[in-house]
Design a binder for this molecule. Sequence first.
Ligand code: FE2
Ligand code: FE2
Length: 168
Amino acid sequence: MSDVDTLEDLFEHELAGLYYVETELIDVLDELALESRNDEIKAAFADHREETREHATRLEDVFRAVGESSYTVRSSTLDGLVEDRQRVVEATNDPDLVDSHSVAIGRRIEAVEIEAYESLLRMAEELDYEEDVTEPLEKTLDEEEDAKEKLSAIGKQSRFGKLLAKIR
Ligand SMILES: [Fe+2]
Ligand SMILES: [Fe+2]
């Protein structure tokens, strides 16, 4: 890993971490869609997977805007969430429980992304970066918030709501 000596370096480091998350999530969301039995949950993950492709592309634009080529820094937070997910899928034969966990893990992933975008935007403001940096970040942040809301709504309205309340 290259040195992190300035706020610019930290911005870039965090950007690379988020780029790892977005690129990994393209496959993770695909798996979540495949593993979920409920059609609404499936559709929510499949739709957000398509948005996530855009998120990765927007981060490439941000790298370009700060004069860097895109690269990834591994995120142990995402890796940990994916491992937790795998353990639950392996530990249960009940598809309803898998679906409940899909919604819970999906919300947790969105929460991680939301925090990362907010943090990058705070740094961008501090660094006086222009709209070519902030606009793509803001656009994606909106979509992450919508995705989290959508999963929450699915969780509440469905018969999985009660199960979700137990594992939250
Ligand atoms: Fe994303
Ligand atoms: Fe997301």
